[in-house]
Ligand binder design. Structure first.
Ligand code: ADP
Ligand code: MG
Length: 296
């Protein structure tokens, strides 16, 4: 059974979409079948992976309305092991159209159920609101990853989200857990960042991810090229930090993460040369991770 992780925070601009794209890509680059589901009508995840707007395309909207199966809505991406279920701006209407629908909070969970044994990881990018779309994502998820910036009153900023998670756990999805809290656009040189980190660490303990994501221009540029950072510029600190986050997340769910040694003979060398540039670089730099699936 695949693990479903919702990337949620009701605040906009905190790095949800950047995290969804780059975490999912890094997991897929580790040769793990991964699905990214764009649950935001703004469709930034879809365009960030190079999908041109197409009103005819099957999207998360069709999935929620029961008009298409998850299987039919899968799109391939530039990464061999990453698939995408795109969004469309009409998804905003689902909030209203589903109000009186049966099992309205379970729509996404039910739709994704047939895919859960095909993907090891399913990452859900949520809109910046605690609306019915985010609710669907939290009901479909096993865990929530919360991206946030190191600001004063950091905890207050996410208290509404934490309350919502608590309520969902008490009613609609008892097995929902917090995967982690990840600090984005982080600058550890400031006092503020260190104070906030200390506060969050007291509150969340182990749940606060050891990996932080620095502010990095490559992460902001990559979506306009329709690429995840590791294809756009695998050498960037941004790409590197998301690869590190992927290792941490994979490690947390009982997967042993190993680094591959550099090529030792001609045959391996050839394999490396024929691989895409980002993969070649990762291999040369010991960055490509292979996964041994351990019992979960
Ligand atoms: N670590 C980062 N460094 C630089 N820019 C970033 C970083 N993370 C996000 N951004 C930029 O900040 C803006 C908001 O990020 P986004 O991931 O879209 O947030 P959200 O999905 O939470 O609204 C985007 O323009 C994005 O490119
Ligand atoms: Mg977003």
């Amino acid at each position: 059974m695949g693990r479903v992780i919702a990337i949620a925070n009701q605040k906009g601009g905190v790095g949800k979409t950047t995290t969804a794209i780059n975490l999912a890509s890094s997991i897929a680059a580790a040769e793990v079948n991964t699905l990214l589901v764009d649950c935001d009508p703004q469709s930034n995840t879809s365009s960030g992976l190079g999908l041109a707007k197409d009103p005819e395309r099957i999207s998360t909207y069709h999935l929620l309305m029961g008009a298409a199966s998850a299987e039919e809505s899968l799109q391939k991406t530039e990464l061999e092991q990453l698939w995408l279920i795109p969004s469309h701006k009409n998804l905003i209407g689902a909030n209203i159209e589903l109000v009186d629908a049966e099992r309205r909070e379970f729509r996404l969970r039910d739709a994704l159920a047939p895919l859960r044994d095909r993907f090891h990881y399913i990452v859900l990018d949520c809109p910046p609101a605690l609306d019915l779309l985010t609710l669907n994502a939290l009901v479909a998820a096993d865990a929530v990853l919360i991206p946030m910036q190191a600001e004063y009153f950091a905890l207050e900023g996410i208290s509404e989200l934490l309350d919502t998670i608590e309520r969902i756990r008490a009613s609609l999805n008892p097995s929902l857990t917090i995967e982690g809290v990840v600090l984005t656009m982080f600058d550890d040189r400031t006092n503020l960042a260190q104070q906030v980190t200390a506060e969050l660490s007291r509150y969340f303990g182990d749940k606060l991810c050891k990996t932080t994501i620095p502010r990095n221009i490559r992460l902001a540029e990559a979506p306009s090229h329709g690429q995840p950072a590791l294809i756009y510029d695998v050498r960037s600190r941004g790409a590197e930090s998301y690869i590190q986050l992927a290792k941490e997340i994979l490690g947390r769910s009982g997967l042993t993460v190993q680094e591959l040694p550099p090529p030792v003979d001609e045959a391996q060398e050839k394999q490396v040369v024929n691989a895409p540039k980002w993969k070649r670089w990762m291999r040369e730099r010991n960055k490509l991770i292979t996964i041994n699936i351990v019992d979960r």
